[in-house]
Design a protein around this ligand. Structure first.
Ligand SMILES: [Zn+2]
Length: 96
C-alpha cells in the first residue's frame, strides 16, 4: 500500500516514533492515536467499498475533518471523516 505525503501517515507531522504495519506496509505515525485512527479509517473504507485490500491512500485535512482518498484495483473512493480523541471514527461519509 502506498501512502502519499510525508511524515505521519495520518496528519503529516514529522515528529514522533510510532511504526505500525497496515495492509502489509510499515508506516510511520507521530503517535498512537494517529496510528489507530489511520487503521480505523482504512478498515472502514475497505468494508464500505467491499475491497479486500487498498493500494493507495491519500489523506488531507486536520482534526476538524479529513478527506481520505483510497484506491484499490483502479477504483477510487473519497471519504470525509473525523476522529474521536481515542482514534475511533466519529464521522465517516462517502463524498465521491
Ligand atoms: Zn499524526
Amino acid at each position: 500500500m502506498l501512502v502519499e505525503g510525508s511524515g505521519c501517515a495520518l496528519c503529516g507531522a514529522s515528529w514522533g516514533n510510532v511504526w505500525r504495519d497496515v495492509e502489509g506496509t510499515r508506516l510511520f505515525f507521530c503517535c498512537e492515536v494517529c496510528a489507530v485512527g489511520f487503521t480505523n479509517f482504512v478498515e472502514r473504507a475497505k468494508r464500505d467499498a467491499g475491497w479486500s485490500k487498498v493500494d493507495r491512500v491519500r489523506i488531507v485535512g486536520d482534526f476538524r475533518g479529513r478527506k481520505g482518498s483510497v484506491e484499490s484495483g483502479g477504483e477510487r473512493r473519497v471519504y470525509f471523516f473525523t476522529l474521536n480523541s481515542d482514534g475511533s471514527l466519529r464521522t465517516f461519509l462517502r463524498t465521491e
